[in-house]
Design a protein around this ligand. Structure first.
Ligand code: SF4
Length: 434
């Protein structure tokens, strides 16, 4: 009856996934269907992902967040990674990108698409290098595409495909020197492959074949930005913008085959360039959802990059990005621990929520209203419950118990909230001798 969610929407079919998303977002089904038909909302859900609880991504919906995890040479234990996945979902991540690069990656991937309710994304290019177990140069064009097919069969909902960098982009990149070259892992792999073989990027050259695979399983194409800036110096440069133009063309071609698309974005970027970048992307890609990796607004804070990314993410989402990739404090330094993952998720969720308030997403501001009400009432239990990280809020209060239960140790008797409540209730406020 239909191939993809986009195809269904274009045919006026209301899928069960569309209904669920409309209900979750408090959105009119018909309106949502129109946005899916136009490509401005995506519902990534591979037909073979049996455990999915679908979510929509688009700038008129609540901002979603992605968490990158996966088995690697330095963290081989599948159970440890699965624990992180479950914690991430419990903490509100709508999407998990499985970036596994070691061992039986297929087993882990299949476990995710049969047990995990989050949207599952992958980067087939990483997996190809592990799967074929041979030098990069010897991987054939056919083999790159076979990996995409295999991920489709495994039930992956979206894939980052580095198809925006082609021979033309590569020439331009070499002509226009950058401070940090290509920092995208997938981008650097395919650039190296192109340089060593002299061949065109197979993900670009055989894009139509990839679209056919995506159409068959309803995989959302996440158009990878190989040339995303890796430092402020390289932001909004020739390579980044040239690639974005190619991605806009590829977006259009995907839509012609009813394939759902999102476009990946920066990267590192000065705060004053973010809004313009979002506007350019939205115009060029006709409102396709934008998936940003940060953007990190300064390069000088290793150990705190969950904060630099949250600042950029909040601004990006306010101006049109709809999907934020989390960044942990371990970024640029090491693999994240469970605690790092947690901090990254919270930071990213704060950014997403702040943007949702700015965009007027229904229900976003109400959460803050309730928290403020609890604060005014000095109702600590409700404050803990409403807090984005209830455990931390509770722990902090318990660490420094106030003398008077109805204040906190920050101001004690000088508690403005308590004193204002009392004076407005006609009580005497003394402070000094209380
Ligand atoms: S003591 Fe100070 S910080 Fe604590 S609740 Fe009262 S006004 Fe707020």
């Amino acid at each position: 009856m239909y191939t993809t969610q986009m195809d269904a929407a274009r045919k006026g079919i209301v899928t069960k996934e569309l209904k669920i998303v409309a209900q979750k977002e408090n959105f009119d089904v018909k309106e949502l269907q129109e946005l899916v038909a136009k490509g401005q909302v995506i519902i990534p859900c591979n037909k073979l992902h049996t455990s999915i609880n679908p979510n929509g991504i688009g700038d008129k919906l609540r901002t979603k967040i992605n968490v990158n995890l996966g088995v690697s040479r330095d963290c081989k234990d599948m159970d440890v990674e699965l624990k992180k996945v479950n914690e991430a979902v419990a903490m509100g991540a709508e999407s998990i990108m499985d970036l596994s690069s070691y061992g039986d990656t297929r087993k882990f991937r299949k476990k995710l698409t049969t047990e995990c309710e989050a949207i599952i994304g992958t980067v087939p290019i990483y997996d190809a290098v592990v799967y074929y177990h041979k030098p990069l140069k010897e991987i054939t064009s056919e083999e790159w595409i076979d990996i995409v097919r295999m991920h489709g069969e495994d039930g992956v909902d979206f894939m980052t495909i580095h198809c925006g960098i082609n021979k033309e982009t590569a020439h331009r990149f070499k002509r226009n020197k950058r401070l940090t070259n290509i920092v995208s892992r997938g981008g650097s792999i395919i650039f190296a492959w192109m340089e060593m073989t002299g061949n065109e990027n197979p993900f670009y050259e055989r894009y139509d074949e990839i679209l056919d695979i995506c159409q068959k399983y309803d995989i959302t194409m996440s158009l990878g930005d190989a040339c995303r800036p890796g430092c402020l110096e390289d932001a909004s440069d020739v390579s980044q913008l040239e690639e974005l133009i190619t991605l806009a063309e590829l977006t259009k071609r995907a839509w012609e085959k009813d394939v759902q698309v999102m476009v990946e974005g920066p990267g590192h970027m000065p705060i004053n360039q973010i809004e313009a970048n979002m506007c350019i992307q939205k115009e060029l890609c006709k409102g396709a959802p934008f998936y940003v990796l940060g953007p990190l607004v300064t390069d000088i804070a290793p150990g705190y990059d969950h904060i630099t990314a949250a600042i950029g993410g909040a601004i990006a989402a306010t101006h049109g990005a709809s999907f934020l990739c989390y960044v942990t404090p371990a970024e640029h330094l090491r693999l994240p621990t469970l605690e790092d993952v947690k901090e990254g998720i919270i930071a990213s969720r704060i950014a997403a929520h702040a943007a949702d308030i700015g965009k007027g997403i229904p229900g976003a501001k109400e959460w803050d209203f309730q928290m403020s009400q609890a604060r005014k009432n000095l109702d600590w239990e409700t404050m803990f419950e409403l807090g984005i990280d209830s455990d931390k809020a509770r722990r902090y209060r318990e660490m420094a118990q106030p003398e008077k239960e109805d204040t906190c140790s920050m101001c004690g008797n000088f508690c403005a909230v308590k004193n204002m409540n009392r004076i407005l209730d006609g009580e005497i406020v003394s402070i000094f001798d209380e």
